[in-house]
Every structure is written in structure tokens, then in C-alpha cells.
Design a protein around this ligand. Structure first.
Ligand SMILES: NC(=O)c1ccc[n+]([C@@H]2O[C@H](COP(=O)([O-])OP(=O)(O)OC[C@H]3O[C@@H](n4cnc5c(N)ncnc54)[C@H](OP(=O)(O)O)[C@@H]3O)[C@@H](O)[C@H]2O)c1
Length: 318
């Protein structure tokens, strides 16, 4: 089949994005539209349109999903889930974080199993939390098992629900995502004010790794997962340059040409303030980007300083 024909088929395809109203979904839906895809959003709010995209309604508790959402989709990208950094991890909150990933995946599976129309691929978000909140010299690859801690167990169960789509012969991909850096929203937004005042933060020792990815790269990896039919299984979505918390802050200072005072928040204080959620700030190992690179993905922003230049809109004359 010629490249032109293949391109035409793909550009006519419809992609359904669950949680498409969130940080990644908003960015991804615009990228897909630019590339010629038709995009639909599956949302609990079910408004008629969001940024020109049709919005389909679902209610996970009531097991309701608009059947048109499934009937019209050639690809499903599943991003929905409670934000893990939004509230303190009480036992109740942990249950919400898990069930907001498992139950929607099961509802989608049920809807797809009943539908006469099956998507070509099911592409689910996952997270590098799969490997656990641990600081070590090990470089985690997709071959490593899930950790036996809260995020490890959450991601393992979430991924195993996604894997069920393979029963229908649907290509299934899981994108184990690192910390997403975006020009608006997300972690950088939260850091902007203190950074402008020249204040950087070290969490605990500052030696833990912070695997990161530029939002453009993450969205291009989702696009590749649609278009590259050889992609299947889990892929780490992290930039190839590993940095520690300390290096991250030093790079921001360098990028902004600012004298940065590094302000340390001791681990005990973070634990007191955030409870067990503090582990996502205090622990971190390197995660390998080799598998996605070996499948011919070329990072647009492999180096943190370039990514930050782009995201913080700092352009230096040469
Ligand atoms: N951002 C990151 O740094 C990062 C890193 C690793 C992994 N991820 C994963 O990637 C996915 C998307 O991330 P994001 O940053 O775009 O998240 P986000 O901004 O928090 O958006 C997630 C979307 O999921 C839907 N949602 C929230 N709670 C839900 C619930 N209880 N049941 C069903 N749907 C719910 C919401 O859409 P509606 O209100 O329209 O239904 C929301 O807009 C998440 O699953 C996240 O865990 C993100």
C-alpha cells in the first residue's frame, strides 16, 4: 500500500480520547486535529462541544456510556483518571485514584465487547509510578516488574485491565509517562511564581531522579502509537536525559539566567504535610527511553535545557 494511501486512511480516522479535557488530552486533541484526524472526547461533563470537538457522555458509577462514542472510534486513547497530585492520599483518596482508572477501563471494555464496531487500537495512559517510588541506581526498562507499592499496584491493575482489549485482537499500547512538562498547567505552572522570584525547591536530599517529558514529545508518542502498527505493549515515555531534582532546578536557573536560591524542604516536613503522597516528590530512579527510541521515535526535546527554553519561551540570540 502506498504511503499516500496509508496517510489518507489514517487522516480520515476518528480518535476517541477519554479524559480529553485534561492537560494531556487538550494538547493531544489539537495535535491530532492538526494532523487531520477527527477527534471525539469522552467526558463526565458531556457538554455538546469542547474547543470544537464533539463531546460524548459517560457516567462510570451508573455504567452509562454513549454508544456513538464507540461506534465512531477507530482508535481509543484512554487518559481518564483522578489527578494523583491534587489531594492528600487518604485511604479514601487512594481508592478513588485506583477506581477512577480501573472502572472506566472496564466500562470501555464492556462497551467495546457489546459493540459491532471494534477500534483498531486501544492506547492507555500509564505512569512510571509502575516501577515504584524508589531511589536507586537501577535504570528501569519495560521488562521490569511492577513495584509492590501504591502507584506500582495502581498501574499494574490499570494496565492489566487495558490488556483485556487484546482478547478482541485489538492492538493495545500502554504509555508509561514521566512528569509532563507543559507551557500551561501541570508542574511547571506551579513552579513559575517561585522561579520568577529566584526560588528553587529541593525535596529531601534532591538526589532523586525526576524522569520528565515535554508535552509535545508525549503527544507525538501517542500519535506514533496510532500510526505505527508495530507498536504494542508498554512503552516508557520519558526524555532520554535523566536529571535529579537538584539538576532539574539548576537547569531551570541556567535557562532563566537567574541566581537561584535552592530552598530545601526536609523529607520529614514533606511527609508531615503531604502524607504518603510525598513519596512522588522524594523518590525517583532513572527510566529508560530506549524502547521508544529503538522503534524509531526521534525526540523533539531530548535535553532538559532545550525543553525548558521552549516551554518557558526563552530565546537567546546566538
Ligand atoms: N500529567 C502528568 O504529569 C502525568 C504523568 C504520568 C501519567 N499521567 C497520566 O495520564 C493521564 C492524563 O493525565 P493529565 O495530566 O491530562 O490528567 P488531568 O489533567 O488530571 O485530566 C484527567 C481527565 O480525566 C478525567 N477524570 C478525572 N477524574 C475522573 C474520574 N473519577 N473518572 C473518570 N474520569 C475522570 C477528567 O475528564 P472529565 O472531567 O472531562 O471526565 C480529567 O480532565 C492520567 O491518567 C494520568 O495519571 C499524567
Amino acid at each position: 500500500m502506498s504511503f499516500v494511501l496509508l496517510h489518507t486512511i489514517f487522516t480520515m480516522a476518528t480518535v476517541l480520547i477519554t479524559g480529553g479535557t485534561g492537560l494531556i488530552g487538550r494538547h493531544l486533541s489539537h495535535l491530532l486535529k492538526e494532523k487531520g484526524y477527527t477527534v471525539g472526547i469522552l467526558s463526565r461533563s458531556g457538554k455538546q462541544k469542547k474547543d470544537d470537538f464533539p463531546v460524548y457522555y459517560w457516567d462510570i458509577d451508573k455504567q452509562i456510556i454513549d454508544p456513538k462514542a464507540i461506534l465512531s472510534s477507530d482508535f481509543i486513547i484512554h487518559l481518564a483518571g483522578e489527578n494523583i497530585g491534587e489531594k492528600r492520599w487518604t485511604e479514601e483518596r487512594k481508592k478513588e485514584i485506583i477506581s477512577s482508572r480501573i472502572l472506566p477501563t472496564q466500562l470501555l471494555f464492556d462497551a467495546v465487547s457489546k459493540s459491532t464496531h471494534k477500534p483498531q487500537a486501544f492506547i492507555s495512559a500509564s505512569a512510571i509510578g509502575y516501577y515504584g517510588a524508589v531511589t536507586s541506581e537501577h535504570i528501569f526498562t519495560e521488562q521490569d516488574p511492577a513495584a509492590n507499592d501504591f502507584l506500582g499496584n495502581t498501574c499494574r491493575q490499570w494496565e492489566s485491565e487495558a490488556d483485556k482489549f487484546e482478547e478482541f485482537g485489538i492492538r493495545t499500547i500502554k504509555i508509561r509517562t514521566g512528569m509532563v512538562l507543559s507551557p500551561t498547567g501541570g508542574v511547571l505552572e506551579k513552579m513559575k511564581l517561585p522561579l520568577k522570584m529566584g526560588l528553587g525547591t529541593l525535596f529531601g536530599t534532591g538526589d532523586q531522579y525526576m524522569p520528565w517529558i515535554h508535552i509535545d514529545d508525549l503527544c507525538c508518542i501517542y500519535l506514533k502509537a496510532i500510526e505505527d502498527s508495530s507498536m504494542t505493549g508498554a512503552y516508557n515515555a520519558v526524555a532520554p536525559e535523566p536529571v535529579s531534582n537538584r539538576q532539574f532546578m539548576q537547569t531551570i536557573a541556567l535557562t532563566m539566567h537567574k541566581e537561584m536560591r535552592l530552598h530545601r524542604i526536609p523529607a520529614a516536613v514533606l511527609k508531615l504535610a503531604l502524607g504518603s503522597m510525598s513519596e512522588i516528590l522524594l523518590e525517583g530512579s532513572r527510566v529508560s527511553a530506549e524502547k521508544i527510541i529503538n522503534s524509531s521515535y526521534e525526540f523533539r526535546h531530548p535535553v532538559l535545557q532545550d525543553a525548558l527554553n521552549d516551554l518557558l519561551q526563552i530565546h537567546h540570540s546566538k
